[in-house]
Every structure is written in structure tokens, then in C-alpha cells.
Design a protein around this ligand. Structure first.
Ligand code: FAD
Length: 450
């Protein structure tokens, strides 16, 4: 698909009344995301640009844009805050970028459930929800800037996943409204299991215009750093904390030395050579939590009360892919992996991988629940030398039973389970008959068309 033959002047005049952006500098900014975390994706995506950005305020305006898109057969890429980290919202074939950030109304919040537009920022939402004692079940470390629609479109889980699992787990998304790119674009409401048709589909099969999301009871959350002399002790402590259901927690992140050396703002709390646990624990659980720390010989070097929540650093912003961000700020040649380790109660594989790769693959672990079971997610920081070596490292993990969610590909299916999601492809065929949603992104669709 070639967007240069499209009559962009005609399209912009038909879009009259809706904010559009066409200047080169802003177009470049609004075409890209954090794809540059990957040295493999850098050369593939850095030149990609949309032809025009449009910022609707309402679902009605989205329907109007969809109609124009279909009329001119213009590709369309949906964008939230653009914090995705593998070119998720980078337009592969140019076209229209539909930016949802002006669709930021919270329709209602009631105990346990809320209804929002896709461009609502997660931190802004939580502020409102806490007024009635509730909060988001989970959020990415980009919480302050990311949109709820973008989290559903491209995220997987994050802070809170230790209790509530992954976004894809049943019950973590109740309903969505999506706008189609049919000859006569329409709104489809998907509820219950049907939401999986668009959940984590990178915006390839519908523009989400409204979401119903479940909430969690809000706790006063304390933030703590606990240091350990030995990496495996820190990992075993994290596993036991994960399995101790009586201690209410929101985040268990382990960073093996030398990763903490990249956290400039935390340097005074993490002595040289120590392995750190970055934790968010409910204040009423701190007493039993400290007993556990004592049992494992950990040293609490930092503790911020819930009352001081907005003061100083936010520990969450050193975890998940913020760990990668800080590492890359200190050394841009570093990159990362995303993995999930197989069930291994004695942690033998973890210990083996830690010893085998040494400083080439530095251990960053996030403890989470997935499908009701506790899982160790690795976001290892990697000293990059070449694509071949990176693939060798990936293969080494896979041969030993680890799953790699490859962050060095922009193709929807290749980053995840490597299987085509038939339900999502079938839904795309129905709602996007001309294949206009970011063409080239969904392998299951374009391979069938070829
Ligand atoms: C430093 C850093 C840390 C991160 N930490 C985490 C983490 O902890 N957990 C995690 O899951 N992710 C994480 N991410 C990835 C990303 O920040 C999150 O997934 C975030 O929620 C994306 O929101 P966004 O508004 O920026 O979405 P965008 O990046 O704008 O979009 C993400 C995807 O969703 C699609 N999309 C956006 N809006 C819609 C819509 N209305 N309808 C249909 N499709 C849509 C886009 O097309 C794109 O494919 C991190 C990224 C970085 C750079």
C-alpha cells in the first residue's frame, strides 16, 4: 500500500472541524514510539512517518474519520501516548495517525468498575477513582503518560499484576466499543470474552472508543528497597513474597547488580555489588513483610510512606521497562529481552542463566501472576554486540524452556506467542475489509492475503 498517491489535500479539507497536524516535525514525533530500545528495530522504523495526524474528541468524529479513510483507502494507525516499545503505533505504510489523547473523558466510576474513553491517562484516572476508594488493578511503569486505550491495545501487565494477573486474563477487561473501517463504518460493542478480539491487537482491528475496566480496592501503598548480598537469595525472597497471599503487594521487582548502578537517583540507597528488590507493599502488611525480609537477611535501605507518595522518586519508574530506560540512558548500547521462565520451584534455570551469561544478560525480574499462577517475567538487560548474538541468546533461553516475547520485531504475532490469533484475524477480516489498519502489522492477516 502506497500512501503517496492519496489526495491528502482533499482528505484534510474533508476533516474540517477536527484538529489535524501536518507539519514535519510534529508528524515525525507523533509517528514514532520507543522502538529505539531495540537496535534491530532502529534502522527498520526510524524513517517511518504518517502523512497526517488527526485528533478526534468524540466517537462521532472517529466515525467521520473512519468514513474518510475508507473513501480514500488511506491506511490508519491508532495512537495513544506513543509509549509502546516496539513500534506498536508506528505507521508502517504512512497514512492517517488517529491520536486519541483528546478522547479523555471518564464516563463513570462506581465501586469495582469504570467506563472511560481511550485517551484517559492512567495516573489521572487513578486520582479520580481513589476519591471513592478504588484504583486501577494494574498499570505500566509509563503510568503517568500512557493512555488506558493504549495499555489495552499494546500493553500486557505491570504494577498490580502480582495480584491481578495479566490484561489478557479473564475479568481484567469487561467491555469495549470499537469503530470499524467498513464501507459504512459502525460501532461494535464487545463484552465478556469477546473483548479478546481486540485486546492486545496493536490497533490492527478496530479503533477502541470506550472501555469498561474493573478496579481494585485502593490501599495506602508504601515503597521500599531491600538489598541482598546474593542474587539467588533475592530471587527466593521475591518468590516467597509472591506466594504469601496474606501480604498485600503491588510490585515485586528484582534487579541483579550491576543494574542498580544505572539508577542515578537511587544510588545512595543501593550499595555497590548489592542485588535489589524494588517493592510496593500495602502499609497494613508492613509488619509481616518485615519479618520475611529478616528471614532472608535483606537490608531495607529505603522506605517511603503512602502519605509521602507524591514526594521524591516513584520506585515504579525504575521497574518494568523503566529499568531498561535507565540502563539505556547510562549506556545507549544496552538493549533488553522480555521473557517468561518455566515453572521451576528450585529456580535452577534462573540460577543457570544468571551464571551462564554473567554481565552480558543482566537479570531484571518482575514477579507476576498469569492465568492464576505465579510466574517470573524477565526483562533482562542485554549488552548488545550483534543481531546474530542476540538471536543466539534468545535461542539459548528457548531451548531451555523459557518463552521469549521478542521485543526486536514490530510484527504483532512474532513478539508474543509466535502463533496467529485466529479470532483476531477473523475479526479483522470482518471490520477492516480493505486492510487499512496499519498494513503490515498483523502477520496472520497479510500472509493470508498474499
Ligand atoms: C519506559 C517504558 C516502560 C514500559 N512499561 C510497561 C509495563 O510496565 N507494562 C506494559 O504492559 N507495557 C509497558 N510499556 C509499554 C507501554 O508504555 C504501555 O503498554 C502503555 O500502556 C501504552 O500506552 P500508550 O497510550 O502509550 O499506547 P501507544 O503506544 O500509543 O499504543 C500502543 C498500541 O495500542 C494501540 N492503540 C492505542 N490506542 C488504541 C485505541 N484506542 N484503539 C485501538 N488500538 C489502540 C496502538 O495502535 C499501539 O499498537 C513500557 C514502555 C516504556 C517505553
Amino acid at each position: 500500500m502506497n500512501s503517496t498517491t492519496i489526495d491528502w489535500e482533499a482528505i484534510s479539507s474533508e476533516l474540517a472541524g477536527i484538529e489535524i497536524i501536518q507539519d514535519t516535525e510534529r508528524l515525525a514525533k507523533l509517528s514514532l514510539d520507543y522502538y529505539h530500545f531495540s537496535p534491530v528495530l532502529q534502522p527498520l522504523l526510524e524513517e517511518k512517518r504518517g502523512d497526517l495526524v488527526v485528533r478526534p474528541c468524540t466517537e462521532e468524529e472517529v466515525l467521520k474519520i473512519a468514513k474518510i479513510c475508507v473513501k480514500y483507502k488511506a491506511p490508519l494507525t491508532v495512537r495513544g501516548a506513543g509509549t509502546g516499545n516496539y513500534g506498536q503505533c508506528v505507521p508502517l505504510s504512512g497514512g492517517i495517525i488517529l491520536d486519541t489523547t483528546k478522547m479523555n473523558k471518564i464516563s463513570w466510576i462506581k465501586p469495582g468498575l469504570a467506563c472511560v474513553e481511550p485517551g484517559v491517562k492512567m495516573a489521572a484516572f487513578d486520582k479520580e477513582a481513589r476519591e471513592i476508594g478504588w484504583e486501577l488493578r494494574m498499570y505500566p511503569s509509563t503510568y503517568r503518560t500512557a493512555t488506558i486505550g493504549g495499555f489495552i491495545g499494546g500493553g500486557s501487565g505491570g504494577i498490580g499484576s502480582i495480584t491481578y494477573g495479566q490484561l489478557r486474563d479473564r475479568g481484567n477487561l469487561h467491555a469495549v466499543r470499537v469503530v470499524t473501517l467498513e464501507d459504512e463504518p459502525r460501532v461494535i460493542e464487545l463484552r465478556g470474552d469477546e473483548v479478546q478480539k481486540v485486546n492486545h491487537a496493536y490497533g490492527t482491528n478496530g479503533i477502541i472508543t470506550q472501555l469498561e475496566i474493573p478496579l481494585a480496592p485502593a490501599y495506602p501503598w508504601a515503597e521500599l528497597i531491600v538489598n541482598f548480598d546474593d542474587f539467588m537469595t533475592s530471587a527466593k525472597f521475591a518468590q516467597e513474597l509472591t506466594d504469601t497471599d496474606g501480604i498485600i503487594k503491588k510490585l515485586i521487582c528484582i534487579c541483579a547488580w550491576p543494574i542498580p548502578q544505572y539508577f542515578a537517583a537511587l544510588r545512595s540507597y543501593i550499595p555497590e555489588g548489592k542485588h535489589s528488590a524494588l517493592l510496593i507493599i500495602a502499609e497494613p502488611s508492613l509488619e509481616p513483610f518485615k519479618e520475611l525480609v529478616k528471614e532472608y537477611g535483606g537490608d531495607i535501605s529505603y522506605e517511603k510512606s503512602a502519605e509521602d507518595g507524591n514526594k521524591g522518586v516513584s520506585l515504579a519508574e525504575f521497574t518494568w521497562n523503566h529499568t531498561t530506560l535507565h540502563a539505556r540512558s547510562a549506556d545507549p548500547s544496552l538493549t533488553y529481552l522480555q521473557s517468561s521462565l518455566p515453572d521451576d520451584p528450585k529456580m535452577e534455570l534462573l540460577e543457570h542463566l544468571y551464571g551462564h551469561f554473567g554481565d552480558e544478560v543482566m537479570m531484571h525480574l518482575e514477579f507476576v501472576k498469569s492465568g492464576g499462577k505465579s510466574v517470573i517475567a524477565g526483562l533482562q538487560v542485554v549488552r548488545y554486540t550483534s543481531e546474530d548474538r542476540l538471536n543466539e541468546i534468545i535461542r539459548y533461553h528457548e531451548e531451555r524452556g523459557a518463552t521469549i516475547f521478542n521485543p526486536h520485531t514490530y510484527i504483532l504475532e512474532d513478539g508474543g506467542m509466535k502463533t496467529v490469533n485466529v479470532e483476531q484475524v477473523e475479526f479483522k477480516k470482518k471490520v477492516d475489509p480493505y486492510g487499512l489498519f496499519n498494513p503490515g502489522k498483523m502477520r496472520g492477516y497479510f500472509e493470508e492475503k498474499e
